[in-house]
Design a protein around this ligand. Structure first.
Ligand code: UD1
Length: 380
């Protein structure tokens, strides 16, 4: 089986890594790796390939930044010729970024079956671009690989046939488990003068928290208060860097450039508290057993709250501070790891893809264009 696998933005890299490792090990499946170039800075992209042993992309579409329409359209325009040349049996996309949607849409329109890893997550907040990307990608995918059980219910409610949905676990956690020990050699704590002392980690890049100067200012005030209790490290995303320009910053805030995977993993693992608006970090802190405050009003990853160490606190500074002080006063939490977050998700996915390849070609019934019509449809 030949697949075209797609990555574009930072959170894709730790998801594709274990899939590429698994594919490289086997003879029944081969992958052609496309980087759309949505993220292009060395610290947002290249570094992850080196650290995680992801093969060098076979092609980089170099789309760069743009409005959502421009970025999505550019990926589609540049991805279509790749499908024409490569003639894959399937296209594999991960996560919920613009590159995920753009490549899924291009493939579906060329009748190439799409496999979506991390299907079924829903925040029910359509003001988030990622939510639109999730809903549309799932609607046009042939294989839907679900990371937590909430996804099964969402996909069923959206009318997606159970036969196409596979609960496989979380590929990002595959990468974390493989890398955890190696990350301990990172010198990041010494470099930031944080070895053997409590500290908090902050990440922030979503438009809801960063783009409105008043909201962003409120968050910085909350952080300033928190720094009376313990130092806060803030690796700054390029989008957030623009919002910080020209602002007076809380004293002692430790700003860093975006960190590599191993440095950031070590930083999270030893933190007393993590504050974030990232999706992936909610999951990683759950597995690490580190308390996480999510600076959003919703999450598409409820398992991290129901079973993990995550709490939703929104963007209100008072609420953030109250929750943070409570965490600091409380004894360490018991952690519970969600089902199938066990380091074997990528193997499950590749096994399923390799097994069903024959079906997509051999029998029309399984092909995306030939799904059984629902009751009430008029068909010949
Ligand atoms: C994207 C994803 C988001 C993901 C995030 C992680 C979508 C809709 N959003 O958001 O889901 O959580 O990545 O990072 O796909 N920039 C650089 N250098 C880079 C990358 C970006 O300077 O390497 C700048 C861009 O020029 C742009 C801004 O950062 O001004 C935002 O980049 P973009 O890819 O549009 O979206 P993100 O906010 O990073």
């Amino acid at each position: 089986m030949k697949i075209v696998a797609v990555v574009g933005a930072r959170p894709n890299f730790m998801k594709i890594a274990p899939l590429m490792w698994e594919i490289r090990r086997r003879h029944d499946i081969q992958a052609y790796l496309v980087h759309t170039g949505q993220h292009y800075d060395a610290r947002m992209s290249q570094l992850f390939f080196e650290e995680l042993g992801i093969p060098r992309p076979d092609v980089n579409l170099e789309v760069g930044a743009g409005t959502h329409a421009v970025q999505t359209a550019e990926v589609m325009k540049r991805f279509e010729p790749v499908l024409h040349e490569q003639k894959p049996d399937a296209v594999l996309v991960v996560g919920d970024v613009n590159s995920t949607l753009a490549c899924a849409l291009t493939a579906a329109k060329r009748d190439v079956p799409v496999a979506h890893v991390e299907a079924g997550l829903r925040s029910f907040d359509r003001s988030m671009p990622e939510e639109i990307n999730r809903v549309v990608t799932d609607a046009i995918s042939h294989w839907l690989f679900v990371s937590e059980t909430s996804g099964l219910a969402h996909l069923r409610r959206e009318g997606i046939a159970d036969a196409r949905v596979y609960f496989v676990g979380n590929v990002m956690i595959d990468t974390l488990l493989v890398s955890r020990q190696r990350s301990e050699s990172s010198p990041v704590l010494e470099e930031l003068d944080l070895a053997d002392r409590p500290y908090a980690v902050l990440t922030l890049h979503r438009p809801a928290g960063v783009d409105d100067p008043e909201v962003f200012g409120g968050l910085l005030t909350a952080i300033q208060r928190l720094q009376r209790e313990l130092p806060v490290v803030f690796p700054v995303h390029p989008r957030t860097r623009k919002a910080l320009d020209g602002r007076a910053l809380p004293r002692n805030l430790r700003l860093t450039d975006p960190l590599g995977y191993l440095d950031f993993l070590k930083l999270m693992a030893h933190a007393r508290l993590v504050l974030t608006d990232s999706g992936g970090i909610q999951e990683e802190t759950t597995v690490l057993g580190v308390p996480c405050l999510t600076l959003r009003s919703n999450t598409e990853r409820p398992a991290t709250i129901e079973q993990g160490t995550n709490q939703l606190v929104g963007l209100d500074p008072e609420r953030i501070i109250t929750a943070a002080l409570q965490v600091l006063a409380a004894p360490p939490q018991q952690r519970r790891v969600p089902e199938k977050w066990d380091g074997r998700a990528a193997k499950r996915i590749v096994d399923i893809l390799a097994r069903t390849e024959g079906e997509t070609h051999g029998s029309t019934a399984a092909h995306p264009r030939h799904r059984r019509a629902p009751e009430g449809a008029v068909v010949l």
